[in-house]
Design a protein around this ligand. Sequence first.
Ligand code: PLP
Length: 366
Amino acid sequence: MQVPLLDLKAQYAKIKKDILKAIEEVLDSQICILGPKVEELEKKVAAISDCKFAVGVSSGTDAILASLMSLGIGVGDEVITTPFTFFATAGCIARVGARPVFVDIDPKTYNINPALIKKAVTRKTKAIMPVHLYGQMADMDPIMDIAKKHNLYVIEDAAQSISSTYKGKKAGSIGTCGCFSFFPSKNLGGIGDSGMTVTNDEKLAAKIKKMRHHGQGSTYYYDFVGGNFRLDPIQAAALLVKLPYLNEWSEGRRKNAEYYNKKFAGTSVKTPYINPDCVTIYNQYVIRVPKRDELAEHLKRNGIGCAIYYPMPLHLQKCFEYLGYKQGDFPEAEKAANEVLALPVYPELTDQMKNYVVEEVLRAAS
Ligand SMILES: *Cc1c(COP(=O)(O)O)cnc(C)c1O
């Protein structure tokens, strides 16, 4: 049996007609830059995120980049974040000329460990960028406490966690702003690159709107140097078709996760820990096993898709050598990088498929 890590064709088959119709509408209108589809998506994503404002941008990466630029973070500044995340989190911090300052993760949730943030704050710190990894939000209360005490911005990298909650609060609504990615493999995925920043700060929203259009104030007059970070209306149109299914799809993932959790209980497979304060959307279902590479090999040989998010923590990446970190600096992130493995959890999985995944995992892992 073949069980891919993610099967976007299965999702597309159900909504193909609506997607094609939505694309046709955009083409017929010939409004090919921004326009009503982008505005409608912004309103709806702001609403489901309990935020007043949303600005559609070209990718999750650009959501982070435009947010940092709009908050005036740059050369000489420091931004505290996790080394156990997708590259873009720290990549954007470095791109604006600021210094990514890493602190280790909580080994249970894989999210930034708030207890370690305080020691990393210096006079240069401007922001904290927690990442809501795999669909579960970081422990936001202590993060917000530190931010308030030191007058820091909090930029939530919520690329993997749209609509997930922490103490009933939506991802992106707690910090200064939140950044979503609509990369096709995210829970709400476009038909290409796209992203969005949400915020309750009206001034910041207005600035990001300008930032995505080269910092233009009025036509051909520029208030500051921005970029072309605009959200494509064809992406917005496709996302508007998918948005009504987001909760149902996330619920499907949670059900699949529960199924795995039950089957793996009492075995050597460590299942995901979900903070009781959180509702996760399981962008990934990540298990932990000591002999991870052997298991991954076994699964691949048997037609089961799996992946390592992420095999090398960011403090050890070649491009960040200049930051001066070394092996052993963040032991929990380094250990997780050697032991985590994401299994197929997408909502269209059948019982047979799930059963097969469980059988093969247990055959190799026990
Ligand atoms: C996907 C992702 C991003 C970047 O999003 P893109 O849309 O691919 O640019 C940033 N941070 C995290 C944690 C992500 O998972």
